[in-house]
Design a protein around this ligand. Structure first.
Ligand SMILES: *[C@@H]1O[C@H](CO)[C@@H](O)[C@H](O)[C@H]1NC(C)=O
Ligand SMILES: *[C@@H]1O[C@H](CO)[C@@H](O)[C@H](O)[C@H]1NC(C)=O
Length: 465
């Protein structure tokens, strides 16, 4: 900045060429300063692109060959054939329902996706109020939902759907002005190259150099995701995965360098420490306001991320639980990434759809307290019922995640003034209130709260501190 300003102040006697050369030099200096080096000090210093914190709500989709057995979870293959001893329920399920010798890859041709309509999915995600969508481009099974040239015959174009699932969903999602992210597992449970490297104590990098990296660079250039949700990192260090070098390229030279957002799963010990935003562990729920941007990923089906044919209603999050979880997450500065597992034929189970539409209906009225909000100085007040605070500009939002027992509600934390005004979102007239003590706290007279399946209501407080 200051170099350009100096140039502008120079006397006009200088020649145009000199000026141009100096400007070019200044531009080069600026650019050089903005480059990231492949180390965590440099990579961690990159500011997170603004769209991500403003978005707050995303939809996560776990879809792959694991959706075909639809039993246990997306970890089925590992539980059946990887871990020692195997999960007896998986062994029993296979011996009772499949011929002897049936192998996991034989599920792939049954991944038909014949009802997959990306436009319908994208309409649903839009209606859910989500601002971004993250699809498993490749889970730990190694099957790519796109025609990866590095995953011969183990991808959705060569077998199964015979379709570019990543590309088709991406087009539909972006057409609705939603951001598009891709989940990518670094490790692959049974890839022979990976198993060799693992046997060598990760001192060789055959898998990383021949499979992982070529595929990952290709995926980025082809689909230009705005978010890379990295996973499957924990068995090996970042140096094995080559993550710092990949991220430096991503941030400096990739076609998405200005918009790309990443998480924190880039090698053992990275989670909750390095990368873009933090996922920490799955379903992470901090007790107080973290000092780094984070995301809670969670699943409507509490037992699985992938589709389970034997899921039961009692095992699903209901809408009030989802909205409560979202509100608490956003109040604590997090984003909320809610997962659904589509069926192998390409349908989003109707119960998941019902949850997503319910969430969207709630956000239609109350989204003002969520999108682009910031944590307030107090996040939770729990005097009578839990009340979660957020803020935006000079407004403070108090979301009640239960129906108060009395028609008058006390809030202890806000500092009131003569100009304080209280509004219930979705309700036409301001609510009467009186101070609890001079200048501190208020008693608000609530109307009959309008029906909402989410059982949560938001008050906007203006003129408070
Ligand atoms: C979505 O697609 C329609 C029809 O092709 C097009 O008119 C519209 O501009 C697209 N919108 C965006 C945001 O890309
Ligand atoms: C709020 O308080 C009630 C009763 O004291 C308690 O049961 C509940 O767990 C608290 N909720 C939160 C979110 O702290």
């Amino acid at each position: 900045g200051w170099k350009l300003k100096k140039l502008a102040e120079r006397p006009p006697a200088r020649t145009v060429t000199m000026r141009a050369a100096s400007l070019l030099l200044a531009a080069l200096v600026c650019q050089a300063a903005a480059r990231y080096t492949p180390d965590w000090t440099s990579l961690d210093s990159r500011p997170l692109p603004a769209w991500y914190d403003e978005a707050k709500v995303g939809i996560f989709i776990h879809w792959g060959v694991f959706s075909v057995p639809g039993f246990g979870s997306e970890w089925f293959w590992w539980h059946w054939k990887g871990q020692e001893p195997p999960d007896p329920s998986c062994v029993k399920f296979m011996s009772e329902n499949y011929p002897p010798g049936f192998s996991y890859p034989e599920f792939a041709p049954q991944f038909h996706a014949e009802f997959f309509d990306p436009e319908e999915w994208a309409d649903l995600f839009k209606a859910s109020g989500a601002k971004y969508v993250v699809l498993t481009a490749k889970h730990h099974e190694g099957f790519t939902n796109w025609g990866s040239p590095n995953s011969w015959n183990w991808n959705s174009v060569d077998t199964g759907p015979h379709r570019d699932l990543v590309g088709d969903l991406g087009d539909a999602v972006r057409n609705r002005s939603l951001h598009y992210g891709l989940y990518n597992s670094l490790f692959e449970w049974f890839n022979p190259l990976y198993l060799t490297d693992k046997k060598n104590g990760f001192k060789t990098q055959e898998f990383v150099m021949q499979k992982l990296l070529p595929e990952l660079y290709n995926m980025v250039v082809r689909y230009r995701p705005e978010l890379i949700w990295s996973d499957g990192d924990w068995e090996a260090p970042d140096t094995y995965w080559h993550s710092p070098e990949f991220l430096a390229w991503l941030y400096n030279d990739s076609p998405i360098k200005d918009v790309i957002v990443t998480n924190d799963r880039w090698g053992s010990g990275c989670s909750c420490k390095h990368g873009g935003y933090y996922n920490c562990e799955d379903k992470y729920t901090p007790g107080q306001l973290p000092d780094h941007k984070w995301e809670k990923c969670t699943s409507v089906d509490t037992r699985s991320w992938g589709y389970r044919r034997n899921m039961k209603l009692s095992e699903l999050m209901d809408l009030p639980t989802i909205v409560k979880d979202l509100v608490a997450t956003v109040a604590l500065g997090g984003n909320y990434l809610l997962n659904v597992g589509p069926t192998p034929d390409g349908m989003i189970p109707a119960l998941f759809e019902e949850r997503l539409r319910g969430l969207g209906a709630w956000l239609q009225v109350n989204g003002e307290a969520i999108y682009a909000s910031k944590p307030w100085r107090i996040q939770l007040e729990n005097s009578t019922i839990p009340v979660w605070y957020t803020s935006k500009g000079s407004s403070v939002y108090a979301t009640l995640t239960a129906n108060p027992p009395k028609p008058s509600l006390q809030l202890l934390e806000p500092k009131t003034s003569a100009s304080t005004k209280v509004t219930l979102l979705g309700f036409p007239v301001p609510l009467p209130w009186t101070p609890l003590q001079p200048g501190v706290g208020l008693t608000i007279l609530l109307p009959n709260l309008p029906f909402t399946a989410a059982q949560a209501w938001t008050l906007r407080l203006d003129g408070v501190q």
